[in-house]
Ligand binder design. Structure first.
Ligand code: BT5
Length: 324
């Protein structure tokens, strides 16, 4: 009912009468009033005038399922949305839901995470109310070998979202970072539940620094606000990302990975640049050459040999700044 009432208010630029809401939703006007009071307690600014009805003036800067679902327009992504004020990690919650059989596209969002994680046990700094901490369940018909491609696909969707919504020059750094002007604004984490060679489901996690101040982030990080001096609607960004993810998943289904990889290559930084590659305490120096068709990174060593890496961290020698 929350969703229906907010959507009616949102679809009227001006007042909408209590009578009309009551007629549409078949609930009493007293019940509507109770919902309105509840919304106000949650931070909504709603004007109520006798003989005019209700008018939505402002929505709070907070994740609510009914805010994400308004005008979302997707068929799968974000059809089930769970919003938490605080959680250990949206990955944990999404995994629980995945095991319970929740469908593809189920999305968990949190205002903050107490144990937000990156790869290899690293942590993801998740200041409250400023960033996007999102996990989405995917159930693609993929073999284990092809799973890294979903990280690439998600990176394309997120990078395009940032570009579209902010006009910032967002770029992908292999395999899972989104950089803006050389600093990390977002990271992507893909985890999976699998049996033998069969993927049950994947969880793709997105951490994006939106309105976060520099003092709340690691030194090599940035946020959309730091880059633009402007505040962005986290809800609009989430919606835009879910649409983008759905579109790219449709491309994958229809045309395979070739167009995804092509777009990834266009959006990526580092081609031809000298890099240092870190993996399990080992360091390799060379030149980042290209993306392999399976999502691996091709590195030309100083002796001319070309090797492929499937996991690890890239450091640009030019800046000597680890962005991972
Ligand atoms: C990643 O790991 O970049 C993947 C991050 C995924 C986070 C999302 S948030 C929603 C979902 N729930 C979770 O618990 N996780 C996902 P990795 O490549 O390992 O990078 C981790 C490194 O990024 C850290 O060691 C820090 O150096 C840096 N870092 C941590 N927090 C950051 C932040 N907020 N912004 C930029 N860099 C950060």
């Amino acid at each position: 009912m929350n969703e229906k009432i907010i959507h009616i208010l949102k679809s009227h630029k001006d007042f909408v009468s209590g009578e009309e809401i009551s007629r549409t939703l078949k609930i009493s006007r007293a019940a509507i009033w109770k919902y309105i009071e509840d919304f106000r307690r949650q931070g909504y600014s709603i004007e109520a005038l006798p003989r005019h009805g209700y008018r939505l003036l402002a929505s709070p800067d907070k994740f609510f399922p009914w805010e994400i679902s308004y005008d979302l327009g997707t068929k799968v992504m974000g059809k089930n949305i769970i919003c938490r004020d605080r959680t250990s990690s949206t990955m944990d919650e999404a995994f629980q839901l995945g095991f319970q059989g929740m469908p593809e596209g189920t999305t968990v969002l949190a205002e903050t995470q107490t144990k937000g994680r990156g790869r290899l046990g690293r942590s993801w700094v998740s200041p409250p109310g400023k960033g996007i901490y999102l996990s989405v369940i995917l159930r693609p018909p993929l073999s284990l070998r092809d799973v890294p491609r979903m990280t690439l696909l998600s990176a394309v969707a997120l990078c395009e979202t940032i570009g579209r919504e902010t006009s910032l020059p967002a770029r992908i750094k292999w395999p899972n970072d989104i950089l803006i002007n050389g600093r990390k604004a977002a990271g992507i984490l893909t985890e999976l539940s699998a049996e033998a060679d069969r993927v049950n489901f994947l969880v793709v996690g997105i951490g994006l620094n939106v309105n976060t101040a520099a003092g709340h982030l690691p030194a090599a990080a940035t946020s959309l606000k730091i880059e633009t001096k402007k505040k962005f609607s986290r809800t609009d960004l989430v919606k835009s990302f879910l649409r983008s993810l759905e579109e790219w998943c449709a491309v994958l289904k229809r045309d395979g990975f070739v167009p995804v990889l092509a777009r990834w290559r266009e959006l990526a930084v580092a081609w031809g640049q000298p890099v240092t590659f870190l993996e399990g305490g080992q360091t390799i120096s060379g030149q980042a050459m290209d993306l392999a068709d399976d999502g691996g990174l091709l590195i030309k060593l100083n002796n001319g040999e070309i090797i492929k890496k499937m996991a690890g961290d890239v450091i640009f020698a030019a800046t000597a700044r680890p962005c991972g």
